[in-house]
Design a protein. Structure first.
Length: 696
């Protein structure tokens, strides 16, 4: 975008009353927090606050009173936490260097010198073996430092927000030097100041506009706060910019089969999520040591919940090559058998493809971008695409999904699972009797997968209309799950039913068969607060109108609520999650619990790998080495069987890669988990890796 496009976006933002109200509210909260932060660091400079107390106060406050500033993440409070934790023998030097670094710079040269000096010190410690790059993360220095400088009054040093980086990277000609974080920030500072001057706006208004442009904070606080039917209330078709895999590697297959596909397989079925924040929580939990996958989470949400039949899709590779275009012709589908790209939509692609170079501006790096509001960009792309022959290349049977539910028997469930028949039968009997069941086990044992299969087996049909899924997280509340007040389009608040009440209403109106609600990560929320008065109604013998209660937000004269007899609940619980909320004993009494364990020795697991081309020798080493590691974990007094490694990590093999695939999974998926388990013992981690990789 040129400067005029930025001005147009800024004018649109200022004309958006909901956006401006949220901005004004955030501005007031920021003004209250900034002097407190400055005072804390002034006391640290004066020697009144030791470095460990600085770390503690900054970490605690950024999670509560100062949360509005976005400082609690990996590059903020956690960066300071890492320095204090991983440099125990350098605390005095750390304090001295932090005081020199964090005092506001006198000029640009002074600021550059401060950043370079501290960055060089961190790199030197890594070179000496004092700490690892992962543990003290020098790349996170610019955000933390720029935030402290800015909040202490050095307003000519903009905060290095990820959303600001992404917006400037995508919508200007500016290019970052990713290899040098200090040089990258200094260049960003210059570009941010130029843009701010040309737009005539404040730092915070430009930072907020950047967040709006890349659909982070704005979409979460405004768009997803609306009811789903309001969000999806349709207007004219949208235009989406789409990258079919890295370097467009999936384009040939997508074009030939009449589909567009999306990765992020770790998120599972995207239709089960209430908003993009839940998807983000799931994806980040899979790799918590990496950067927050904001773009991936938002792309998943848009792909499943915002994109609709009739929308236009423009296919691109990199930032300057356009490959083709088409129209969305089907609803969102989830097919876990498709490996890394399980999310799909039918698309009518056009006959002639090409490799057309687009020179007007750089295209967004994201996998999926809604460019509808950038009319000049859409017009330029249409002009380029006019070179292609607009003739339909692929046919689709229907633009709507097939609603017919196929029969689903116990045998069908057993084909998909590595569990023995007796375990599945017992689980189904417990579910039928208690009506509430929790599947508990270590990471990677397929608890959510098992829950879906049990639900279909209970129904006797693969009927997705009778199965719903939600995921709990630490901030989930009664108002999210049952009923509460949410922002309305008129600027006020309106009472809105949550997913539990909506699904229960469906079950109440249709007594022809069971309805199953799956609650993923059920132990991540404060369960007593989420369920509230429903704790009593969950019991199997209280599923009738004689036990009905008034809900917390019921209006005068409204009928009391009860949970219908045909509503069943299946929860999943990760026994290795160190952040578990305590499971209320009253809730434990209302649920039956079934343990799901790793199944490396199961014949069905071996057969699963065999039919996917995994050599017998590789299958044997997976089973033997993982069984040995799990025994080691089970015997560890600080861990136990609940922390064992599940078989799901190895269920999607790359048979052509052989042992290389196995080693890649160990290095990129299992090793980070082991390092989290044994965060205080590198020796145990190395021994475990040697065991897995056959290096003993």
């Amino acid at each position: 975008m040129n400067v005029e496009d930025w001005r147009e976006r800024l004018a649109q933002a200022r004309a958006d009353s909901s956006y401006m109200a949220a901005f004004a509210d955030n501005q007031e909260r920021r003004k209250a927090a900034m002097p407190e932060i400055a005072a804390l660091f002034d006391r640290f400079d004066a020697g009144e606050v030791p470095v460990d107390e600085l770390r503690y106060v900054f970490d605690t406050r950024t999670r509560t009173q100062w949360d509005v500033l976005g400082l609690k993440g990996l590059s903020g409070a956690m960066f300071l936490n890492q320095l204090v934790k991983h440099l125990p023998d350098h605390q005095e030097e750390l304090a001295t260097r932090l005081r020199a670094l964090l005092s506001p710079p006198n000029n640009a040269a002074d600021g550059k010198a401060k950043l370079e000096a501290f960055h060089s010190w961190l790199k030197g410690l890594i070179a000496e073996g004092v700490a690892s790059g992962r543990s003290i993360s020098p790349g996170r220095l610019p955000f933390f430092t720029s935030a402290v400088w800015h909040l202490r009054g050095a307003t000519d040093w903009p905060i290095y927000y990820q959303s600001a980086r992404d917006a400037i990277d995508e919508f200007t000609e500016f290019e970052f030097d990713r290899k040098d974080p200090v040089a990258s920030y200094l260049a960003f500072r210059t570009e941010f100041a130029r843009l701010q001057a040309e737009l005539g706006c404040s730092h915070w208004e430009l930072a907020r506009l950047c967040a709006r442009l890349v659909d982070y904070e704005y979409d979460h606080k405004v768009a997803t706060a609306k009811d789903a039917t309001q969000v999806n209330d349709r207007r004219e078709p949208r235009t989406w910019l789409y990258a079919p895999g890295q370097r467009a590697m999936n384009w040939d297959e997508n074009f030939a089969n009449g589909y567009m596909t999306l990765g992020s397989a770790d998120a599972g079925d995207l239709s089960r999520y209430e908003d993009s924040e839940q998807i983000l929580a799931t994806l980040w939990s899979r790799e918590p040591t990496g950067p927050k996958p904001n773009n991936a989470a938002h792309a998943c949400w848009q792909f499943a919940h915002e994109m609709e039949p009739g929308d236009e899709v423009i296919v691109k590779r990199g930032r300057g090559t356009v490959l083709g275009f088409g129209k969305v012709a089907g609803a969102y589908e989830f097919d876990p058998s498709k490996g890394e790209y399980p999310h799909r939509r039918k698309v009518v692609w056009w006959a002639q493809r090409g490799e057309l170079e687009f020179h007007k501006t750089k295209l967004a790096m994201k996998t999926l971008t809604d460019i509808t509001r950038f009319q000049s960009l859409v017009d330029d792309l249409h002009q380029l695409l006019a070179q292609l022959d607009p003739k339909v290349a692929t046919e689709v049977e229907s633009v709507e999904p097939d609603d017919a539910a196929s029969p689903y028997r116990l045998e069908d469930a057993l084909e998909d699972l590595f569990l023995d028949r007796a375990t599945v039968e017992d689980a189904l009997q417990l579910l039928a009797r208690k009506k509430n069941l929790v599947l508990q086990g270590p990471p990677g044992v397929g608890k959510t997968f098992v829950a879906q299969r049990l639900a279909y087996a209970l129904l006797g049909a693969k009927d997705k209309s009778r199965v719903s899924m939600v995921q709990f997280h630490q901030s989930y509340a009664y108002e999210d799950f049952v009923q509460g007040y949410r922002p309305s389009e008129d600027g006020g608040f309106a009472r809105s039913d949550g997913p539990f009440l909506r699904f229960a209403s469906l079950a109440l109106q249709d007594d022809s068969g069971p309805y199953v609600l799956i609650i993923d990560e059920i132990n991540r929320a404060n369960l007593s607060k989420v369920f509230g008065e429903l704790l009593m109604l969950l019991e199997a013998d209280k599923r009738s109108d004689e036990w009905a209660l008034q809900l917390a937000y019921s209006r005068e004269g409204e009928a009391p609520f009860f949970i219908p007899d045909n509503l069943y609940i299946i929860g999943t619980m990760n026994t290795a999650d160190r952040s578990l909320a305590l499971v209320d004993y009253a809730l434990r009494r209302r649920f039956a619990f079934v343990d799901i364990a790793p199944r490396f020795g199961a014949e069905t697991f071996g057969r699963h790998l065999a039919v996917r081309g995994v050599e017998a020798s590789t299958r044997k080493q997976i089973s033997q080495r993982l069984a040995a590691l799990n025994q080691k974990i089970g015997e560890d007094q600080d861990l136990g069987a609940g922390f064992q490694i599940g078989h799901s990590y190895f269920c999607d093999p790359d048979a052509d890669a052989g042992d290389v695939w196995f080693e890649r999974v160990v290095k990129t998926e299992v090793e980070p988990l082991l390092r989290e388990y044994w965060f205080d013992s590198d020796e145990k981690v190395e021994q475990a890796l040697q065991l897995l990789l056959g290096e003993e």
